[in-house]
Design a protein. Structure first.
Lengths: 763, 199
């Protein structure tokens, strides 16, 4: 308007006015275009509401949770103390984790306790201590165990149920905890110490107080009550100041969950260095072979994993170990063998590296960039003596060089240019690519190791066909799968790499490319022993894992778990170290008896059966086998749980269990002020907890991904983008058309008006 | 002289502004409608491929250059909806139909099978699903699996809290909020639990 006001006089007024207006409109139009483009890239939504309740997904470590009436939501209870005792005997560790909880409220409650354990832990014991009585848990099929637990709960008996959520995450439900009562729950598991070179190590995932992660992990609530009109109601985010502080635990209150930890170590050989990299410890030597390790501060806040490493006093650890156990009518064996290492590290053989890259449509976007970046990184790391080739595939296939070529300047430049130019398009036909990669023109050549690095997201249907291709045509090649993107088909890729005697690497985002690829290349560059074959005295009656035996890389020992009717005769291990044959014979009857060997075997067998089930898709048969093994060895698995029931009912008949009776599971007498200092539950949240009824029990959400999972299993699935930009496009399209129309109208009006004004003036 | 020149420039600018707006509008609108049309038309082609799959139990692509194939048919009787579910949750698959995420088990297998779809096309009906609604999934082996809606939840895309190995059912996922015009980080998840299989 100011533009118009300035031109109040002069004959040129209509022209000037029109000129400026047109300028202004063009400018406005451009701004509109820019704005429309810009808006499409901004995020419209804001973070969801933080509230006082947590879901299982929020819990990163152990904590007792009381069920609230909000489905899938829990109220964390104060955890009094955790006591961990680990007995290490040779390479086997038995850990006993004791947790004490109190119910500070004045009602009867049911609690759920979720805790992480090492990946390979075999959980076999549950004990519930009430007063001076100890109730021992029994192994049952999952459904049956749950039924027993529910019945006991209804009868007012104390009961406890340990279930596996994921191979490394377990939950423990405890029913009928009386007012002010303390419950002690004890869980025991077995695991093997990891060995790398001469260093043995053991890790205990520390129990941390439920850390509250308001932004990422706390969804808005949707009320979906049955019987209501059926429209889900999204409770609006409430910006209440009292919500700033989560009512249960604040990060700085980490020490409300103190842990005491003690390890008694019997290495089985004279001990050298013993250290705990993350915690200060007191080490008491007990003779040459044993030591007791305790935390220096008797109680530490549980905020980082405990790790213990130990080394032999001699320059070298013993190279072989054999333990046995007789369970029922069978002997179980654990064999550990270390190939030659240290000073006499054999020179790595030159390689023939075959890189296969998937450029099908499913890889489009960041996946393709990551795959390309990974491959370019790999090409840069090839040594002058190596040879290589590159294969790309979608529904077509290109093999870059007719045969593997030496890794030097020109060849590498050609390959890099080829890789950089790749674009994601078309279907995924993996079989021809795999076949091409495994086609070995010099299958008898022992001077080079042949390594196939396969980069893909694994979007395929013919898993079985591919799998049989690998097992039958592998020859001297080794298959290393690299899973690209947030949700690659890791089941297939893990199994493919096992069958291909290689490893699986997962690259989930751009930042991981260098880190993960260098780990992989460290391995590729240092294969110590290849073609390992274990020959048991009677192969028909012996079941041994892993099968086939993977290649060994620098520092790794062969670890075999086996079962046979009777441990006698000789185990022969054959392999190849730097082109030289290597053979070891071991008398099986000389093994030292050690409890737990059978359970470790069973745990590995269950692992294998789970993997088989995913590949074969035959869940029924494998489920049966898993259940049988787990029941026989008293192990918690996906299909079996431990349940303990106190025979005497403790909850008086008249009183009812809070989780059923009261609308809110947060007892009135729940004194936060005393336990945690000044904290209250905001009224808005109480109201929230009174809503929502249905049970969500079977959908226990996954815990957040754990850093040490090695990328083998996608923990919580990440979800794809599920909105097109069609609404945005249509909206801005219509808007622009309207503006265009308005401009036309304006123009027409203006012309019309100026024409008549001229006419007027002419008159 | 000058007035004539300015007049010409003015006219040109006017024309540019109008054409710019109309051109841009037409282009955007066309793009948007193309996405919608593609989603609709694809389902017809997918239906054909699905028939073939049902006949021989093998995956068939709806068009030769497709990077995905039908894996199941999803029916919601209460919404009178039926969609062909494709393999994978890639952008390419989702443009044509709901996608079954590779990291999750097949529908009807133990665990939680995750199927994602666009909120503005195939999964627009998700907001109308109620508890106890029936969801029928037909898999390649011609088996019909029945599921009942048990609840829903809003999560962030990178922390879905869906454990594909827990439970026995399906999770239907779409973007949230439903009416937002922009793409965002929130997802709306409807959980449905398996009930006894129909034949």
């Amino acid at each position: 308007m100011s533009i118009i006001d300035r031109y109040t006089a002069g004959a040129a007024r209509p022209r000037g006015w029109s000129h400026s207006l047109a300028f202004f409109l063009t400018f406005a139009c451009l701004v509109l275009l820019l704005l429309a483009g810009f808006i499409r890239h901004t995020r419209a939504e804001t973070a969801p509401v933080p509230a006082g309740l947590v879901t299982l997904g929020d819990i990163e470590s152990g904590a007792l949770l009381f069920k609230s009436t909000e489905p899938g939501k829990y109220v964390p209870a104060p955890l009094l103390a955790t006591d961990v005792k680990i007995d290490v005997s040779g390479p086997i560790a038995r850990a006993r984790v004791t947790q004490r909880f109190i119910n500070p409220g004045d009602g009867w409650v049911e609690g759920k306790y979720i805790f992480p354990l090492p990946e390979d832990s075999a959980v076999d014991t549950l004990k519930m201590v009430i007063g001076d009585r100890v109730i021992e848990g029994k192994i049952k099929e999952k459904e049956e165990a749950r039924q027993i637990y529910e019945e006991a709960k209804a009868d007012g008996k104390k009961a406890s149920l340990v279930e596996q959520q994921r191979p490394n995450v377990f939950t423990n439900s405890v029913a009928n905890i009386g007012p002010g009562e303390t419950i002690v729950v004890q869980i025991e598991y077995l695991q093997t110490a990891r060995r790398d070179g001469d260093t043995f190590s053991l890790r205990f995932p520390m129990v941390v107080a439920p850390r509250y992660t308001p932004k990422e992990a706390n969804p808005q609530f949707v009320d979906f009550e049955p019987g209501s009109s059926g429209w889900g109601d999204v409770l609006p985010p409430e910006r209440d100041d009292t919500l700033e502080q989560p009512p249960v635990l604040r990060p700085e209150m980490g020490n409300v969950n103190p842990v005491s930890l003690k390890v008694s170590l019997d290495a089985g050989f004279p001990l050298g260095d013993v250290a705990s990299p993350h915690h200060e410890v007191m080490i008491e030597r007990d003779g040459k072979r044993a030591a007791t390790i305790a935390l220096k501060d008797e109680l530490v806040p549980a905020n980082k994993d405990f790790e213990l490493t130990w080394k032999p006093a001699a320059t070298k650890a013993p190279t072989a170990a054999l333990f046995r156990e007789r369970v029922g009518k069978e002997d179980y064996l654990l064999v550990m063998l270390t190939p030659p290492s240290g000073d006499v590290q054999p020179e790595a053989k030159p390689r023939e590296a075959i890189f296969v890259i998937d450029n099908s449509g499913s890889m489009s976007g960041p996946s393709m960039d990551q795959a390309k970046e990974s491959l370019l990184w790999a090409l840069d790391r090839l040594k002058p003596g190596d040879t290589f080739n590159v294969i790309r595939f979608d529904d077509t296939l290109t093999v870059l060089f007719p045969d593997a070529v030496p890794a030097h300047g020109e060849n590498l430049a050609v390959a890099k240019k080829f890789v950089k130019g790749l674009e994601a398009n078309g279907g995924t036909e993996m079989l021809p690519a795999l076949r091409a990669a495994l086609t070995d023109r010099r299958s008898g050549n022992e001077d080079r190791v042949r390594q196939v690095v396969f980069l893909t997201d694994g979007a395929i249907t013919n898993e079985r066909e591919l799998f049989s291709e690998i097992t039958s045509n592998l020859g001297r090649s080794r298959l290393f799968t690299v899973g690209i993107g947030s949700a690659p088909n890791s089941y297939f890729m893990t199994r493919a790499s096992e069958a291909g005697r290689g490893t699986f690497t997962h690259i989930g985002n751009e930042q991981q490319v260098v880190e993960r690829m260098s780990e992989l290349f460290e391995k590729l560059g240092n294969p110590v022993m290849t073609d390992i074959i274990a020959t048991w005295p009677d192969s028909r009656t012996t079941e041994s894992w892993p099968n086939p035996v993977p290649d060994l890389y620098k520092g790794e020992p062969v670890v075999l778990s086996a079962r046979m009717p009777e441990a006698k005769g000789t185990l022969t291990l054959k392999g190849e170290v730097a082109g030289e044959p290597w053979e070891v014979r071991m008398s099986l009857d000389k093994g030292e008896p050690r409890p737990g060997i059978g359970k470790l075997w069973a745990r590995r067998k269950i692992e294998q059966l789970e993997a088989d089930a995913r590949i074969e898709g035959d869940w029924e048969r494998n489920d049966k086998a898993i259940t049988a093994v787990a029941l026989e060895h008293h192990l918690v698995s996906r299909l079996t749980s431990l349940v303990a029931v106190d025979v005497t009912p403790t909850r008086p008949d008249g009183e009812k269990l809070t989780s059923k009776d009261m609308p809110v599971n947060l007892p009135e007498g729940w004194d936060y002020d005393k336990v945690f200092g000044e904290q209250t539950i905001p009224a808005s949240q109480r109201a929230q907890m009174k809503q929502g009824v249905m049970a969500f029990a079977s959908y226990a959400p996954a815990p957040p991904p754990q850093a040490d999972a090695g990328g083998l299993q996608p923990v919580s699935l990440s979800l794809p983008q599920t909105a097109t930009d069609a609404p945005a496009l249509i909206h801005s399209g219509i808007l622009a058309l309207l503006v265009g129309m308005a401009l036309s109208a304006l123009w027409w009006l203006r012309r019309h008006w100026s024409a008549t004004a001229w006419a007027r003036r002419a008159r | 002289m000058r007035p004539v020149l300015t007049q010409k420039v003015a006219a040109l600018l006017w024309a540019a502004a109008i054409l710019g707006c109309i051109g841009f509008g037409g282009w955007q609108l066309g793009q948007g409608l193309y996405i919608k049309a593609k989603a609709e038309v694809a389902q017809i082609l997918l239906e054909r491929a699905w028939e073939k799959t049902l006949a021989d139990g093998k995956p068939h692509k709806a068009w030769p250059w497709a990077d995905t194939w039908p894996v199941a048919k999803l029916e919601i009787p209460s919404q009178m909806k039926s969609e062909i579910v494709l393999a994978g949750g890639t952008g390419e698959a989702l443009a044509f139909g709901p996608g079954h995420l590779f990291g999750s088990p097949d529908p009807g297998k133990p665990g939680t099978s995750v199927i994602a779809g666009h909120r503005d096309t195939h999964f627009a009906f998700l907001r109308h699903l109620k508890n106890d609604d029936t969801v029928i999934v037909t898999t390649r082996d011609r088996k019909q699996h029945l599921f009942r809606v048990r609840g829903s939840r809003i999560v962030e895309h990178d922390n879905s809290q869906i454990d594909p190995h827990a439970g026995f059912g399906i999770a239907l996922v779409t973007c949230f909020p439903f009416d937002a015009r922009e793409q965002g980080p929130l997802r709306y998840v409807v959980f449905a639990e398996a009930v006894a299989d129909a034949s």
